[in-house]
Design a protein around this ligand. Sequence first.
Ligand code: SAM
Length: 284
Amino acid sequence: MDPSRFGVRPTKSLGQNFINDRNVLSRIVEGAGIGGDDLVIEIGPGLGILTAELAAKAAFVTAVEIDERLIPVLGETLSGCGNVRVINGDILKTDIGQIIDECRKEGMFSGRVHIVGNLPYYITTPIIMKLLEEKVPADSITVMMQKEVADRIRSAPGSRTYGAISAAVQYYCRVSKITDVPKEAFVPRPKVESTVLRLEPLGEDQAKARDDEMFLRCVKAGFAQRRKTLLNSLSSAGGMDKETVKKTLEAADVDPGRRAETLTVEEFIRIADRLSDEQDRRDY
Ligand code: SAM
């Protein structure tokens, strides 16, 4: 959809690249797996082109858009959809769990919850980390992002692109790629290619650290200086002397001379649990 139709000049700093390709819309909507009883929370509806497709499948859609200029435009483009609510706000400051609770209480849906969005590129990682760290009760998260970020999220240990975001997302979710999307599918055209990923939060039976925060702290500290050994990166992150970090890594059965980029999620979990043990001993 061309924003000039509505007299709107896209704002680059808000990541406003609007989808202008029907095939891409269908692939996102199919990838999200929306049923007729389900709720969709859409991040950044823009001109509403994806919103209308989501509304055609779901029981109800709540869309959060930061740009107040787009609110009247959405009123116009979505006038035929009786099952959409648009909220003018910043998704990073929005309590998504509360929106889901309210929609359930108001009887807007009885099925599952899906989060969908063509994400603004400048805050892709903070949005994904917010959804995961706040444990937003969603059954799926289907989001388009810069291809490079999607490649990092999907990377396996040992690969050049494996980093903190890969370990963090794979700790919480099963990741699958829906499709790559070329620049030509957007107005205005971005400089980079895009990819749609589907993230499915893992069930309670999956391996988890005793303390999610400790897991994330280990991952962030490990990758903060990725050329350093774990012994050096974890001890320079503060809080513990080298000797204690060495003992902790050995107790987790991880060689202190290894680098974070070679560690599996399970190994990070073992380290985080031993660090939690160590913290308990100190607090005691
Ligand atoms: N969904 C539309 C589409 O696919 O054509 C627009 C996608 S565009 C890549 C990203 C949208 O997110 C824009 O409408 C932008 O204004 C909005 N946005 C940017 N930052 C946001 C934030 N912090 N909270 C909510 N929406 C935001």
